[in-house]
Design a protein around this ligand. Structure first.
Ligand code: SF4
Length: 445
């Protein structure tokens, strides 16, 4: 029997008079503690069970479990900042991270308006064995075909080619109450072939596959008219460069923004797919940025992405080629020994990449919605990503406590400043008071 099933059975058998909601809270707390501390969950409640097995004192049990689950937080904080959602692990939703990485879709679904476009022709030639399915409109198709976490797990098998009509450029929605960095997102696709345990897309996308727009020239025309957003980038709904070898978008974007030096365009990636960028004449207003983490986190939470070594090597090559580069410590994930691990990453960046080329570094601690947490629990049941003390915060996202985040950012800032006092550092999706406490300017770019 799986751990969640064992715990559920135990609670229902030993505390049959607990209501549905109360049982669900006890089950969740027992599960999270057992998984993190690797203990026998039966040993977590002995006194309470032996005293009054048929009439458990729910408040006493819950208080004891909360104390154990969130040892650094006082009860009042937890009561105000925790809602317990039901544990609902579906083993059929488990992600497969054992298979070697391959992006070789078995089906190409092509919207009528995307047929015979240069990208569609190019993609068909790259995947000659893929079945081709034509559909009138992608939006209608998505509405008619139910989407689930199980179909999300199969997303690499289906590639949609569509004509993007309206949503090419969007202001980053940021997070409610956070300082905005003025970032506009160019939607170069939806869905990503990589498999990060924390990815928000797993609880967000509704397309049973990876979706690429074929009409990037329409974005260029639209942007020429509106000039909306000085700081643009891609990488919110997909990795900017993961599929660049198939689309070739990076070269087109560099060539376009070279003519608009008043704006910045940022490719955000966890890949080392820079070959097309290196074949293209650089432009000072093009930034290639890497999300970075210690290799121990990459190994356990960022499946199929490039190693830290490969990311830094790619960054150094892009900088030498003439591009600006950036780094995003996002998400910062706490684990025993995180300080030395993250300090080593900061050191490696400045050892490898000329600091004059580093345009900015951002910092952002792990955060997620409750829905995302539930999806992660099903897709990555063995992951220790959720072991930290994550509590609901100002934006209704689960986050490490504010004081913890503040001390993490202060340490990171100190390590960065030791190497480069002037490199621009900002926080991603954090409140203004935290910027002020760290002496960071909450300015837009
Ligand atoms: S690289 Fe980014 S978009 Fe891709 S799975 Fe990881 S977090 Fe999600």
């Amino acid at each position: 029997m799986r751990l969640d099933q064992e715990i559920t059975h135990f609670v229902h058998t030993n505390y049959p008079r607990l209501g549905v909601n109360k049982s669900a809270q006890i089950i969740r707390l027992l599960y999270e503690i057992t998984k993190r501390d690797r203990v026998d969950f039966r040993t977590l409640l002995p006194d309470i069970k032996s005293e009054e097995a048929s009439l458990p004192d729910f408040k006493t049990i819950k208080a004891a479990l909360i104390q154990r689950r969130f040892p650094t937080q006082d009860r009042k904080t937890i009561t105000n900042r925790m809602r317990f959602k039901k544990l609902q692990i579906d083993p059929e939703e488990k992600a497969d991270t054992i298979q070697p990485f391959a992006f070789s879709p078995q089906t190409l679904v092509i919207e009528d308006a995307a047929q015979n476009t240069p990208l569609a022709v190019k993609v068909i030639a790259q995947f000659p064995y893929a079945k081709i399915k034509n559909i009138p409109r992608w939006k209608d198709y998505v509405q008619k075909n139910p989407f689930s976490v199980r179909t999300y797990n199969q997303r690499r098998q289906t590639l949609f080619l569509i004509k993007e009509e309206f949503d090419y450029v969007q202001a980053c929605p940021c997070s409610r109450g956070s300082v905005r960095c003025g970032y506009y997102n160019l939607k170069l696709g939806t869905g990503c072939p990589y498999e990060c345990t924390y990815c928000f897309l797993q609880a967000y996308t509704n397309t049973p596959g990876i979706c690429l727009p074929v009409n990037i020239e329409d974005f260029f025309a639209c942007w020429e008219n509106s000039r909306e957003g000085q700081r643009l980038g891609s990488g919110q709904f997909t990795d900017s460069l993961a599929l660049d070898e198939f689309t070739g978008y990076s070269a087109l974007i560099v060539d376009f923004f070279r003519q608009h030096p008043e704006s910045f365009f940022e490719f955000k990636t966890k890949s080392a797919n820079i070959s097309l960028l290196l074949k293209t004449a650089p432009a000072a207003n093009i930034l290639v940025s890497w999300s970075v983490n210690p290799q121990a986190i990459i190994d356990t939470q960022e499946f199929y992405t490039a190693s830290l070594e490969a990311r830094l090597n790619a960054a150094a090559r892009c900088a030498n080629h003439g591009y600006s580069v950036g780094f995003h410590f996002d998400p910062i994930i706490l684990f025993p020994g995180w300080e030395s691990a993250y300090q080593a990453v900061v050191r490696a960046i400045f050892d490898r990449v000329p600091k004059a080329s580093i345009r900015w570094i951002s910092l952002g601690c792990l955060r997620m919605t409750w829905t995302q947490k539930q999806v992660i629990e099903s897709r990555f049941p063995e992951s220790d990503l959720l072991n930290g003390e994550l509590l609901l915060d100002y934006d209704e996202k689960l986050r490490y406590p504010r004081e913890v985040r503040k001390s993490v950012y202060a340490a990171m800032l100190h390590w960065i400043r030791n190497h480069s006092p002037k490199t621009r550092v900002y926080l991603c999706m954090e409140e203004a008071p935290l910027f002020a406490a760290l002496g960071l300017e909450p300015t837009a770019f």
